[in-house]
Write a protein that binds this ligand. Sequence first.
Ligand SMILES: Cc1ncc(COP(=O)(O)O)c(C=O)c1O
Length: 409
Amino acid sequence: MFSRPIHIGLSPNISADDYWLAVKSLFTPWSWKRGKSIEKVENWFKDHFEVHLAISFNAGRSALLAILESLNLEKNSEVLVQAYTCVAVPNSVVWAGLKPIYVDIDETLNLDIADAERKLTLRTKALIVQHTFGIPSDMDKLVAFAKKHNLLLIEDCAHALGGTYKNKLLGTFGEAAFFSFGRDKIVSSVFGGMAITNNKNLGTKIVQYREGLAYPSYLWILRQLLHVLISGWALALYQMAGAGKLILYLSQKLKLVSMPVYFKEILGRQPADFPKAYPNVLASLALWQLDKLPAMNECRRQIAKYYFENIKPSKVKLPVKVSGAVYLRYNLLTNRADEIRWQAKKQGMILGNWYHHTIDPKGVIWAKVGYPEGSCPRAEAVAATSLNLPTYPSLTKTQMQQIVSLFKG
Ligand SMILES: Cc1ncc(COP(=O)(O)O)c(C=O)c1O
């Protein structure tokens, strides 16, 4: 059942053992909300990052919101965020009563410090540093920049669990950091997130904030477990006369699974599901994968190495080669991105389109998330030309060769 086609979405991390864990968990609903796995995942983060506190949530966006709310910034303070991001990031800023100010990106696809400098005002109080696709931002410069302008630095490690900058773990450079266990992240429990901090005062406030949150409903938790099962079956049957696609379509229509970003969020509104506490059963899925993290990240690096060695930079722009990167997705830039995705699809390979929109996903209304059109030209151009290749650990050598063959000739 797990001889899967090349498909960058659909929980590519999920392997047979994760699948069976989700199946077994369906029959123990009494352990879905509270239980020991939550503390175990938090302790894993505390130990791994050697930080004072790790506080779990039901999504990365919930963790970010908790951090921002706990900073006690004056309403409408400005927070620098990069364009070429997921709408979940600026939305959390807005939901916290703050104002996102968009900064353009550099060649690493991370925040461009020169543009950040231009966009500073007296109201700028914080800076969210994203490590896009697991490629580390230049933390020496960013930490110095934040210090010089008295800004609180928050690391967005949604793509970068296990990545390093100059041999120091990403997530340990600022006031706080957050991680995502979303469906196609480094470690996935379909939804989930973690905030970490070494600042005791801030940590206490985040804990208090989380204590005030309810757990998601049983129905919501059930949907996440079903996601693991349904995506497993959909992948297994993907090439069978469209059966996999039909399963996916029907499960979305019947609301058996949740969308990664809700329609409300695309309109900038806050769904009642965020923020919530992290349910125990999802923590048990994450815990299982955290044990495999070093091996999984090594696989991602090896797959990225293969692409670096076998795709000619004359055909497309390759991502930057940086030690410490984890390459959640291997992102190429090409004017032929849509055409190549289409060609690949005809051959049964589903490649990725993060971030096909300056503030992703499709349909985000820029005015609602405060993005002034044209304010980050590089991010807008990069969004139009991005093409992601998969690096998930179950990708086989033959599949990698098949992908590379798209760029030959
Ligand atoms: C860069 C980035 N930050 C934050 C998030 C939000 O994480 P979550 O989906 O766990 O809320 C995402 C989601 O994809 C993301 O891509």
